[in-house]
Design a protein around this ligand. Sequence first.
Ligand SMILES: Cc1cc2nc3c(=O)[nH]c(=O)nc-3n(C[C@H](O)[C@H](O)[C@H](O)COP(=O)(O)OP(=O)(O)OC[C@H]3O[C@@H](n4cnc5c(N)ncnc54)[C@H](O)[C@@H]3O)c2cc1C
Length: 286
Amino acid sequence: MNAKWSCVRSNTVWNQLLQAVPYPGTLPEKWSSIPGDEPCLLRQYCEYMKEVTKSYLKQCELHCTVATKVWFDSKWYIQLKNQQVPLEADILILATGSEPKHLDLPYPSFSLCTALNKEKLEQVVQKGDHILVFGTAHSATLIVKNLLDCGATVTNFYATPKPFYFDRDGDYDGLKQDAAAIADKILAKELPVKMVSITDTVNVIRATRKVDGVVYAIGFESRNPFGLKDYDAQTGQISGYSNAWGFGIAYPNQASDGIHYDVSIPAFQAHMERQMPTILSQLRLE
Ligand SMILES: Cc1cc2nc3c(=O)[nH]c(=O)nc-3n(C[C@H](O)[C@H](O)[C@H](O)COP(=O)(O)OP(=O)(O)OC[C@H]3O[C@@H](n4cnc5c(N)ncnc54)[C@H](O)[C@@H]3O)c2cc1C
């Protein structure tokens, strides 16, 4: 997980991570003191994952550089930046992550990581600025609240039939915890946010008469640097290759309902563990 998101409060409760990635041994106090049924900062997720994986990483040949090209020729070859000789491997696993989506609009925009960090946002947003926020899911809702706290006025555009969907109503990936509380306040008009459907032409034009900035919180696009985009969403296997898999947010697995995709770290972990016997069975152990 990229450190730039570390100040964001997760929408996954701490126990979900502990169950998905158990601590090997007695859980140290710094982890056991975090309330299990509450979300935590993504920074705590990162720190925990780093510590739990430390002993495994010692057994790996680590290359902290960019892979520029991969190709298959009876083995996988991975070309690393600034290295002459490509790495050879029997199995390729891609977990290349994703980038926030944008719209091509003629307004100054604030990045998601700035907008999710109130201290950073205060440095770029002036009191009275009018900011457009695109999206009404978890990140967008937190961003709207950050903007209001900075003294901005906010128009929040939604592309769905209704502005907010809630976990408590059984909506997959619906809002919960902090984001749900903010959305409730917006709907109750306790927070002054203008909610506008992107299909409402008149109000879209009105809202864009004075714009000091925009934030796009409209989802993520898979990073696909090697052109290996197609994969089996049940197993993570890259199409056309019996020895290549994709995992994580770039290759999310289909949920058991066959419609949605699981996009949380505990869900990624459970999915990868399910595929491991197949992957390991292909390893040539000398
Ligand atoms: C605002 C926000 C809030 C979130 N909240 C939660 C939450 O509450 N709960 C939860 O479970 N998840 C949450 N997530 C999601 C979670 O952080 C991501 O799904 C997770 O980090 C994805 O992990 P990943 O390893 O697939 O990708 P990433 O963390 O994006 O990692 C991809 C890695 O691949 C590297 N890479 C890419 N291309 C190359 C290349 N060519 N060569 C070498 N390296 C390369 C990148 O540098 C990066 O290190 C949130 C995410 C965001 C942005």
